[in-house]
Design a protein around this ligand. Structure first.
Ligand SMILES: *[C@@H]1O[C@H](CO)[C@@H](O)[C@H](O)[C@H]1NC(C)=O
Ligand SMILES: *[C@@H]1O[C@H](CO)[C@@H](O)[C@H](O)[C@H]1NC(C)=O
Ligand SMILES: *[C@@H]1O[C@H](CO)[C@@H](O)[C@H](O)[C@H]1NC(C)=O
Ligand SMILES: *[C@@H]1O[C@H](CO)[C@@H](O)[C@H](O)[C@H]1NC(C)=O
Ligand SMILES: *[C@@H]1O[C@H](CO)[C@@H](O)[C@H](O)[C@H]1NC(C)=O
Ligand SMILES: *[C@@H]1O[C@H](CO)[C@@H](O)[C@H](O)[C@H]1NC(C)=O
Ligand SMILES: *[C@@H]1O[C@H](CO)[C@@H](O)[C@H](O)[C@H]1NC(C)=O
Ligand SMILES: *[C@@H]1O[C@H](CO)[C@@H](O)[C@H](O)[C@H]1NC(C)=O
Ligand SMILES: *[C@@H]1O[C@H](CO)[C@@H](O)[C@H](O)[C@H]1NC(C)=O
Ligand SMILES: *[C@@H]1O[C@H](CO)[C@@H](O)[C@H](O)[C@H]1NC(C)=O
Ligand SMILES: *[C@@H]1O[C@H](CO)[C@@H](O)[C@H](O)[C@H]1NC(C)=O
Ligand SMILES: *[C@@H]1O[C@H](CO)[C@@H](O)[C@H](O)[C@H]1NC(C)=O
Length: 663
């Protein structure tokens, strides 16, 4: 059966067929020796027995029965040199393992065509000999633990047939030498997230077949070269005639965006974000018909947005955020952007001037236009965007009621909504029709009426910021059942009345509670001490009375406690000495009494930077221990009933500047 099959398939024997061959005895021996170095906790190598090693897990052979492929994952241990005995090994894939040192003898296996050692826990120097392997076409050492190489050395080698080179997320350093332009078979080069520095050699323009170039997250400096060397060697009118993907983001590149970018017609993705580029966006970019992603955010580009960008009919990702763009944006800018999904225009001074019945050609999922001028009316075109889930219209000059259709048709799919810093008015619907785990920021508007609650959510950790509005009425008693997993709650600076619901204690993921500057009454519920992840508790400037609950001493992670400007009475509970993360303690403007406790300086509070106890009725002598607060920068004890002298030790506050004493 085996023999017949072999005869029929003849020359065209496939890999699977070849596994029916018996493997070379010498290769079998080499593999068994290789296995002795491996750690195999999940017994993945249990099939490695019997005479035919071509049938073992991860092994394939050529038609002569010689091992041609070794493809093993989820192992640990050592890569033993017995691999060098596999004379016909072409494809070595040891990615996703937990090995240690990169073996330098790998480069002795001259038959190798592809080598994938990505994500395999390797460290050490990348053997320069890889560049001399005569048949090597594919090398990935992506994301290991601290593989190092000096770029001038590594790229001065021959790299005769190298086609794909992926060295991302390692520790390459030094400058890219101009000899990189000799690697003329390259189609794919990824050096992202290394420590490459210096300029980009213009010889890269000689890589006529280069499709993918990513050097993001390095320390490249200088301007984008014109790659003119390339136009000659590639017999092309434009530089980099095959380039489809160019990512040089997160470097320190300077200068203007070159006009030639608009000539690289094959470009599908262009990411130059987070550099130091300045000047205008060239209108020529609008002729890149295949462009699907354009990311220029986080530079210093200025001027207006070219109308030609509206011709980019394949564009799906459009990011020109964090710039100094000015001028008007109208329908023409989006004319043919049928496929736009991500629109990031935020942090610019652009002014949107579209007609009130504009129907954008796209259905965007993410619309981020914070700080662009969109008002004064609420943008009606948003009603056409049925798939939007991320919406930032903050600081956009909108001075209007939120239309009913926003809550009926748009908001329920949102996982992020930021309309802060506008002049939005009217009542908010309750329940707020929004995705359960959404981050919602409606702060700094003119909303009025009762506090709305989003619908009950399972997921969480989210943000609800309703601060600086004109909301009134009490905090709903059932806020905890509506928002059991909320992480950040800010209701500051409204006109909220009534008591703080005890149910806060069951919102166990809260990290920030800010109810400051309202008209809250009654006691601080002890149950807040059950919010065990709380970092910030701000109840200042209300009308709270009663004692400071000792239970608050349970908040191990609390960094900021503002209770100032209330009518709290009694003594400072000694349990507060357990707040070892505390940096700010503000109890000023209350009716607290008693001596300043000794423990404030003695135990636990070494991170305290700000201590304000002003305008209370504290009495007795100042404890000299206070000066042990080695991080203290601001101490405000004014307007109390202290007597005696200022302890001599107060000269010793380590972090204080002379002006920080406020009496
Ligand atoms: C690899 O080649 C070098 C030089 O040719 C030689 O010294 C070394 O012993 C070889 N290593 C292995 C494991 O074959
Ligand atoms: C490689 O590039 C360098 C600098 O660009 C050049 O001087 C050298 O002749 C090239 N070597 C080969 C073998 O092409
Ligand atoms: C980048 O290079 C500059 C100048 O050579 C240096 O000051 C800076 O520390 C480098 N940054 C990183 C992240 O390596
Ligand atoms: C644009 O993309 C299409 C389809 O992928 C392709 O056929 C065409 O060659 C590309 N244009 C250029 C200039 O690369
Ligand atoms: C862009 O910024 C440069 C200086 O960085 C300035 O000279 C130029 O006038 C600005 N252009 C526009 C259109 O604002
Ligand atoms: C957008 O503004 C430009 C320049 O003012 C104008 O030529 C164009 O007609 C405008 N587009 C629309 C759709 O109004
Ligand atoms: C806004 O567009 C309208 C109609 O196209 C035009 O009349 C008006 O001048 C534009 N406003 C600004 C500030 O560009
Ligand atoms: C929510 O988004 C889905 C697609 O992502 C869409 O089918 C659905 O109509 C949207 N719902 C609303 C209320 O917009
Ligand atoms: C909303 O936008 C404002 C202004 O752009 C910003 O300060 C705030 O952090 C944003 N809120 C959230 C939750 O991201
Ligand atoms: C919260 O209470 C209000 C009024 O008592 C009620 O309408 C609402 O359904 C409650 N929400 C939850 C989540 O229990
Ligand atoms: C804190 O939570 C525990 C367990 O749920 C509960 O028994 C206790 O009463 C709560 N403490 C306060 C002060 O609410
Ligand atoms: C504060 O609460 C007291 C009752 O405890 C009340 O008489 C007073 O009017 C309240 N003040 C404010 C500003 O709400």
């Amino acid at each position: 059966m085996l023999l017949i099959f072999f005869l029929i398939s003849g020359e065209f024997i496939s890999n699977t067929d070849a596994q029916l061959m018996d493997c070379l005895e010498s290769d079998r021996g080499a593999l068994l020796d290789f296995k002795t170095g491996l750690e195999d906790p999940k017994s993945r190598l249990s099939s490695w027995k019997g005479s035919n090693c071509c049938q073992w897990w991860g092994i394939s052979c050529d038609k002569a029965g010689a091992v041609s492929t070794v493809d093993l994952h989820n192992l640990g241990g050592e890569i033993r040199p017995s691999l060098t005995k596999l004379r016909s090994l072409k494809h070595l894939d040891l990615s996703f393992n937990t090995f240690k040192v990169i073996p330098d003898w790998l480069v002795n296996i001259s038959s190798l065509v592809t080598v994938d050692l990505s994500n395999s826990g390797l460290h050490g120097r990348i053997p320069l000999g890889f560049s001399e392997l005569p048949n090597l076409q594919f090398l990935s050492l992506r994301r290991n633990s601290d593989l190092t190489a000096s770029c001038p050395q590594l790229f001065s080698g021959r790299w005769e047939k190298i086609n794909v080179l992926d060295l991302a997320s390692n520790n390459l350093h030094g400058k890219l030498p101009s000899s990189i332009g000799n690697m003329t078979s390259l189609t794919y080069l990824d050096l992202s997230d290394n420590n490459v520095e210096g300029g980009i050699p213009s010889s890269i323009g000689k890589l006529c077949d280069l499709k993918f170039l990513c050097i993001s997250g390095n320390n490249l400096t200088g301007a984008l070269p014109d790659f003119l060397e390339g136009t000659q060697s590639c017999h092309s009118w434009s530089p980099l005639p095959s380039l489809q993907y160019l990512d040089l983001s997160n470097n320190q590149l300077v200068g203007k965006l070159p006009e030639w970018l608009g000539q690289v017609k094959s470009l599908a993705e262009l990411d130059l974000s987070y550099n130091l580029l300045y000047g205008p966006i060239p209108a020529s970019l609008g002729s890149l018909k295949n462009l699907t992603g354009l990311a220029l955010g986080g530079n210093r580009l200025n001027g207006t947005l070219p109308y030609s960008l509206g011709q980019l009919s394949e564009l799906s990702y459009f990011d020109v955020s964090f710039k100094q763009l000015t001028g008007v944006v109208n329908e023409t800018h989006f004319l043919k952007q049928y496929k736009l999904r991500f629109l990031k225009l935020f942090s610019n001074s652009l002014m949107l001037n579209v007609s009130s019945n504009w129907v954008p050609p796209f259905q965007a999922g993410s619309i981020r236009m914070g700080s662009c001028h969109l008002g004064p009316s609420f943008p009606t075109w948003l009603r056409t965007q049925k798939e939007v889930n991320f919406l930032d219209f903050s600081n956009a000059g909108i001075s209007d009621f939120v239309p009913y259709w926003f809550w009926d048709e748009i908001s329920s799919n949102l996982t992020f909504l930021n309309v802060s810093f506008n002049q939005l008015k009217g009542h908010l619907p309750s329940p707020l029709n929004i995705s359960p785990s959404a981050d919602v920021d409606l702060s700094f508007n003119l909303f009025e009426g009762p506090i709305p609650l989003p619908i009950v959510g399972a997921a969480g950790g989210g943000v609800l910021d309703l601060s600086n509005n004109k909301l009134s009425g009490p905090i709903p008693q059932n806020i905890s059942s509506s928002l059991p997993n909320l992480g950040f709650l800010c209701l500051s600076t409204n006109q909220i009345i009534g008591e703080i619901p005890a149910s806060f204690g069951s919102m166990e993921f809260l990290q920030v509670i800010d109810l400051s500057s309202n008209k809250l009454l009654g006691n601080i519920p002890a149950s807040i001490g059950n919010c065990s992840f709380l970092k910030v508790l701000d109840l200042s400037n209300n009308n709270l009375s009663g004692n400071i609950p000792a239970y608050l001493g349970k908040l191990r992670f609390l960094q900021t406690l503002h209770l100032g400007g209330n009518k709290l009475s009694g003594r400072i509970p000694s349990s507060l000495k357990n707040l070892s993360s505390l940096e700010t303690l503000d109890l000023g403007n209350n009716r607290l009494i008693g001596r300043l406790p000794q423990w404030i300086g003695k135990e636990g509070l070494e991170n305290l930077r700000i201590l304000s106890l002003r305008s209370n009725s504290f009495s007795g002598e100042l404890p000299s221990m206070l000066s042990n607060l080695s991080s203290l920068q601001v101490l405000d004890l004014a307007e109390n009933l202290f007597n005696g002298c200022i302890p001599a030790s107060f000269r010793d506050f380590k972090a204080m500047t002379p002006v920080s004493f406020l009496w």
